[in-house]
Design a protein around this ligand. Sequence first.
Ligand code: APR
Ligand code: PHB
Length: 396
Amino acid sequence: MGKMRTQVGIVGAGPAGLFLAHLLHLTGIEAVIVEAKSRRYVEERIRAGVLEQGVRDLLVETGIGERMKLEGLLHHGINLRFGGEKRRIDFSDLADGQAVTVYSQHEVVKDLVAARIGAGGTIIFEAEDVRADGFEGQHPVIRFTAGGERHELFCDYIAGCDGSHGICRSSIPEGALTSFERVYPFAWLGILARAAPASEELIYAQHERGFALLSMRSPTISRLYVQVDPHEDLANWPDDRIWEELQIRLGGGTGWQLTEGPVLQKGITAMRSFVTEPMQYGRLFLAGDAAHIVPPTGAKGMNLAIADVRVLARALQSFYETGRTDRLEAYSATCLRRIWKVQRFSWWMTSMLHHFPEHTPFDHRRQLAELDYVTSSRVGGATLAENYVGLPFDDP
Ligand code: APR
Ligand code: PHB
């Protein structure tokens, strides 16, 4: 049995775990990451792709923004399509010149893994049977199997960054956490296609057949989504049917046509909103998807994960530099203030843009009026823009 020791033991090498390790390293705190999947798997996993202004700035300030600055696409607005019209929300005007950056989550992950390994950091990939123990007391330990051998990683604190199906949250005694959840009666069928994006900026479409989204990963790769039934079988969606539905919902044939191309990947994602409170139990801190899930409509999942670990890294820095634990004790409350605002925004965008089975013609008219309002009133547009580019980090 191998015994190891570090200051902060991190479970999960997604954006939350990797960025936490990076921030800790910059302040001289040692961390080890234990990850269930392979390096290749985490570096190729297709996920989100929109970075808030503050997250972009943070990546640049902490020295890992070089490739993002070159390859990321700066977007100064988004389009909302409804009632046969396309209208733009202009961030330059409505959000003080801030912008979002379209840059894939797996590219952020690649940059972070390279930075960790380049700095001599330890990431243990393909760990099996991972367990978090001892965090109720003074001696947290992460136990796992790697290379056929059982290991123990002793640490001062454990960061549970292991996503929504991880083991950290479920290792907290039942009754210590309260969960809040909303499950939506639809899912997104997403494709990645070798096709030049037919619009420079994202198009979020509200349509009576259901929501659709045009997004992109690069000047030659489109990322597109259509709202489908949550129990839908991918087999019912051959590529032709997906393109046809995307064309209808995004307004193809009205003097504009969606560019089609080979489908490289497709999948169906369920939609839910979820928060667990508090995000801490003893010496175990939850961050990112391990603590909360947002529906993808606001493009907030990765941004929220980064915001959590920024707070956690600062709290740990305060502890290691001064011995003070007040910031660690405030971690959950500090994060939850932002999380609930982002939950509200993601729920609101989802509600405004999707077709709900229970909707009446009244609800449909109300949705159209809301879209008309946010695209015609400065104040209405500003509330969308401010949230989309990202609320300021306002913790002390
Ligand atoms: N032991 C070790 N690692 C684990 C375990 C386990 N038992 N279970 C899961 N993991 C790993 C996963 O393989 C994954 O690499 O934890 C990592 C969690 O990463 P993410 O799911 O990417 O979560 P997070 O880092 O919080 O980032 C949130 O990811 O799901 C997207 O849309 C979401 O963009 C958001 C972002
Ligand atoms: C994406 O590009 O994958 C994407 C963009 C915006 C969203 C959700 C997903 O709101």
